[in-house]
Design a protein around this ligand. Structure first.
Ligand code: SAJ
Length: 422
């Protein structure tokens, strides 16, 4: 059996390599020639724990090849982006194009699986019309299913194996065939349903998280107003057996949680009040952080102030800046006329105008240090070793990631988002 994986990004590449490591021949396809060349030479264009070793093994053992165009295979897995347009509507062009690109290669009995997260009905309305252009008959000798990925960046290989999967087929046989395939490495349960239900389930999961985070962010704003530390308050509330409030922060980033709720809003705006409001609440957080930073600074510097941002990635210990709240915090600070420098140990090449190559450079004349991403490297910093201005800069921790005690002992004024200061 041979699988052709279309799209070699954060989901496609780990999935391809996982199958290859399980002894299945895999051919990976990406329209990004640079990425394809890198992968062919065992170089990574994305960061993920365990990926390098697995890629090396997949290539060395002869189970993994790559190119910019599809090849004939029994199974096609589509894992291309499904972003939103600037007006928050879904952009399904990559899905449509990827589907169209495999049509010339389809043979009787082929199975086509969509892994990308999509608005409900995308399989039906976007993929099936393309697949009908083949000589095959849907459900008879061409099988199609949605098997949405549910893995969390940073722990992809662990979750690929252990998480349950939801598989929705356009026919029961499509779902069964897909289950059989993923059984190759999945140890979690594989639950079968129809394609549209699977699409909705996946979008619901990420929307649940977005709404819960928005709730936490709203509470942080309230706590700030009444001088209560929200982190402490949430910790106490979560001792209740039926309460699980998520954590506040500078906003919600990444290509999933900040995007998928819009699919539901677009699909049915009249019934998506909470979902829509939650999105807006989370999107308001960078501005909220900048406002707090500005008021902290106004008590400290008269004229030009400088802020150092710790973390450009959208969350801790990943190298991904997509939809990152840090970038929006930087924009909002610059709107206040504040000078910003930034540092991120996981973003290797300089990709942002404010970015410095070292932490030392980023913080050297800062009046305020804002932690926006909870990288382990930042949690482990020794504040007494840092070379900063005197008097020492203020610290604003938006993720409750740093130890107040350690930073105060080193002479810093330590503040948290939602701690009721100043
Ligand atoms: N965040 C908060 N507070 C929280 C949790 C997260 O502010 O309590 C922020 C993070 O800092 C980050 C953003 O939300 O900016 C998203 O991070 P995340 O870790 O919640 O999620 P992702 O985007 O890395 O992965 C999610 C996961 N979905 C769920 O947990 C329901 C993952 O399982 C999905 O596979 C993935 O989306 C996806 O690809 O859809």
């Amino acid at each position: 059996k041979k699988i052709c994986v279309v799209g070699l990004g954060y989901i496609g590449l780990p999935t391809a390599v996982m199958f290859a490591n399980s002894g299945v021949y895999v051919h990976g396809v990406d329209i990004n020639e640079k990425a394809v060349n890198m992968i062919a030479n065992k170089q990574l264009h994305i960061e993920e724990n365990g990926l390098q070793e697995r890629l090396n093994r997949a290539i060395d053992e002869g189970y993994f090849t790559v190119s910019t165009t599809p090849v004939e295979a029994e199974v096609y897995i589509v894992a291309v982006p499904s972003p939103i347009n600037p007006d928050n509507t879904a952009n399904l062009e990559y899905i449509r194009q990827a589907t169209a690109s495999i049509v010339p290669y389809l043979k009787p009995g082929a199975l086509v699986i969509l892994e990308s997260t999509v608005p409900p009905k995308t399989v039906e309305n976007v993929m099936l019309p393309e697949l009908r252009k083949s000589n095959l008959t849907l459900g008879e000798n061409l099988f199609v299913a949605h098997s949405p990925e549910r893995v969390i960046p940073g722990k992809i290989f662990e979750e690929l194996v252990n998480n349950d999967r939801i598989v929705g087929g356009i026919t029961p046989e499509s779902a069964e065939l897909t289950k059989l395939l993923y059984k190759t490495f999945v140890q979690g349960e594989i639950h079968l349903t129809d394609a549209t239900t699977a699409e909705l389930v996946k979008v619901m999961e990420n929307t649940y998280r977005d709404v819960n985070i928005a709730f936490a962010n709203e509470l942080a704003k309230i706590a700030e107003n009444i001088g209560v530390d929200i982190w402490e308050a949430i910790r106490f509330a979560n001792f209740h057996p039926r309460v699980n409030i998520h954590t506040p922060g500078p906003g919600v980033g990444g290509h999933c949680i900040a995007v998928d709720p819009w699919f539901l809003v677009e699909l049915n705006p009249e019934n998506s009040d909470i979902i829509h409001k939650a999105r807006l609440t989370n999107d308001s957080m960078p501005q909220f952080v900048a406002k707090k930073a500005n008021s902290l600074l106004s008590g400290r510097t008269a004229g030009n102030s400088k802020v150092a941002i710790l973390g450009l990635a959208f969350k801790g210990d990943v190298d991904d800046m997509r939809e990152s709240p840090s970038l929006k915090v930087i924009d909002a600070l610059q709107q206040y006329g504040i000078e910003v420098s930034s540092f991120d140990p996981h973003i290797k090449e300089l990709q942002h105008p404010t970015q410095k190559a070292t932490l030392e450079e980023a913080i050297e004349d800062a009046d305020l240090i804002i932690l926006t991403t909870d990288h382990t490297d930042f949690k482990q910093l020794s504040p007494d070793m840092l070379n900063t201005k005197e008097p020492k800069p203020f610290v604003l921790d938006t993720k409750n990631a740093l130890s107040r005690e350690k930073w105060e002992q080193a002479g810093f004024h330590y503040y948290k988002l939602g701690d009721g200061s100043p």
